[in-house]
Design a protein around this ligand. Structure first.
Ligand code: AMP
Length: 220
């Protein structure tokens, strides 16, 4: 059965960065509801128009919208390789809906991996981040600069973008939303026997190794 991995953690924990690395290391597909929502906002779809203001305020988009957008993505054939859910589920309702969705296709959660971090460091981590406009590779002003300033290591692109919600004030709201609505899922997945925890405060490469060991152990 293809792996279904969930990455849990507050904004700035490194879910997106590590999901992209797991794609490279294990051939899995990253499904980021944040990315899917941002694409809907950019495309100006009805869901995107509804989500825009909520996202800019750092609050959670309604379960209905998020689930509709995720279901559309999960019918694409590439997800058969196995998926890494990044930023989903974020509420108890989403977790229950995911269980149902997977049960319908005879799948189940392989592991929910909690990236454990200190909240105090997250505002700085999120505020400095940006991505290559061409390929989406993630960078950080302090922690992950391209080898050659202004040039993407991956694709040579020279344009970078920053998310509208990656500012200190919005990050604080996103952290509150995480603690109120998402952190309880850690206990939920623990009770289902699929929870793994890793310390995600160290260097990106060390976390990649720790995560790789967990995933290799589970997928074996
Ligand atoms: P992210 O890229 O995961 O940091 O998500 C950015 C923003 O998109 C969040 O602050 C929410 O407003 C929205 N969002 C992303 N995923 C979800 C989700 N699973 N449920 C509700 N809102 C979400």
């Amino acid at each position: 059965m293809a792996p279904v991995l969930i990455l849990l953690g507050p904004p700035g924990a490194g879910k997106g960065t590590q999901a992209r690395m797991l794609e490279e290391d294990f051939g899995l597909i990253q499904l980021s509801t944040g990315d899917l929502l941002r694409a809907a906002v950019t495309a100006g779809t009805p869901a995107g128009r509804q989500a825009k203001a909520v996202m800019e305020a750092g609050a959670l988009v309604s379960d209905d919208i998020v689930l509709a957008i995720l279901k559309d993505r999960m019918i694409q054939p590439d997800v058969a390789k196995g998926i890494i859910l990044d930023g989903f589920p974020r509420t108890a309702g989403q977790a229950a809906a995911l269980d149902l969705l997977l049960a319908e296709t005879g799948q189940k959660i392989t592991a929910a991996i909690s990236l454990e971090v200190d909240d105090a460091a997250m505002v700085g981590r999120v505020s400095g981040r940006h991505t290559c406009a061409a390929c989406g590779e993630g960078y950080h002003d302090e922690f992950k600069r391209p080898a050659k300033a202004g040039v993407c290591d991956k694709c040579g692109g020279t344009e970078f973008k920053r998310r509208a919600d990656d500012n200190a004030e919005t990050v604080r709201g996103r952290l509150s939303a995480y603690h109120a609505q998402t952190a309880p899922l850690i206990a939920y997945y623990d009770s289902k026997g699929v929870l793994e925890r890793i310390n995600a405060m160290g260097p990106i490469a060390d976390i990649r190794t720790a995560l790789g060991q967990i995933v290799a152990g589970i997928a074996a």
